[in-house]
Design a protein around this ligand. Structure first.
Ligand code: ATP
Ligand code: MG
Length: 260
């Protein structure tokens, strides 16, 4: 694959859970180094779309290509290789609460470490300096040896971000990384994500509800509504009426829940 090939390409993708159609006819290309915000109301399909991009979900129809490979054609070990290069910050964070922060951060190495090294590190933490630097970057260096369940929701979100910094992937998928943070801290985390992608060329795809931060920190905005792309435009081209249409609450009788 050449430098100008898309990192992600979705071709006529649909996703169903049982009889519910959650995504329909998604066509999308995302290039290296782009900073993309996924916006849209709750239930629009943002997390599902991120799950398709990192291969934790498979499409019901269509094809998902990542780094030039069709995910449906990969063996489990090939898929893991692709996934190692994609860092995901999940909406539910997926931290192990009863471990110290350092161990959750070192989980960022798991795709690279042998099982032996991973087990040893649970008793004698390895690569402490890398973990400490990542935690410093997200603004809570003093929490390295704290138990994760002692942290606030916002601090846990920072740990999840720091774990991805430790993984140092080519692409970062962040599913509402600022949902538990106040506006000041949200801005700080968005600054950090933007600066990182600018400095390292990392591709960034962020789902979020804070439309102002999406517009100020991302170059491209994809509006998802009821499983469809309503718009996909450069941030400066997003108009107030487009945002209004994206979040408009329709009368249930005129817009029934999609079932097929
Ligand atoms: N594993 C699943 N099984 C069944 N339905 C699912 C599953 N995952 C998601 N859905 C449904 O798919 C739809 C889209 O969900 P998704 O989590 O992708 O939305 P979202 O845009 O991320 O919403 P939010 O902003 O609340 O996080 C919802 O109606 C949800 O109930
Ligand atoms: Mg979601």
């Amino acid at each position: 694959m050449s430098g100008t090939d898309p990192i992600f390409e979705l071709k006529h993708v649909a996703k169903r859970f049982g009889k519910s159609r959650v995504l329909a006819n998604i066509n999308l290309q995302i290039l290296a180094g782009e900073r993309v915000a996924l916006v849209g109301p709750s239930g629009a399909g943002k997390s599902t779309l991120l799950g398709l991009l990192n291969g934790t979900q498979l499409p019901s129809q269509g094809e998902v290509w990542v780094f030039g490979r069709n995910l449906a054609r990969l063996s489990p070990s090939q898929l893991r290789q692709v996934q190692r290069r994609i860092g995901t910050i999940y909406q539910q964070l997926h931290l192990v609460d009863n471990l110290r922060v350092i161990h959750n951060l070192n989980a960022g190495h798991l795709g690279r470490w042998s099982l032996f090294k991973a087990v040893v590190s649970l008793f004698f933490p390895l690569e402490v300096e890398t973990a400490a630097q990542a935690l410093f970057k997200v603004g809570i260096p003093e929490k390295l040896y704290e138990r994760t369940d002692q942290l606030s929701g916002g601090q846990k979100q920072r740990v999840a971000l720091a774990r991805v910094l430790v993984q140092n992937p080519i692409v970062i998928l962040a599913d509402e990384p600022i949902s538990s943070l106040d506006l000041g801290r949200s801005r700080e985390i968005m600054d950090l994500l933007r600066d990182m992608s600018e400095q390292t060329g990392q591709t960034l795809i962020i789902s979020l509800h804070a439309i102002e931060l999406a517009l100020s920190h991302c170059q491209r905005i994809i509006g998802l509504r009821q499983g469809r792309i309503l718009f996909d435009v450069p941030a400066p081209e997003v108009l107030p009426e487009m945002v209004e249409a994206l979040y408009r609450i329709e009368n249930a009788r005129t817009e029934p829940i999609q079932k097929i």
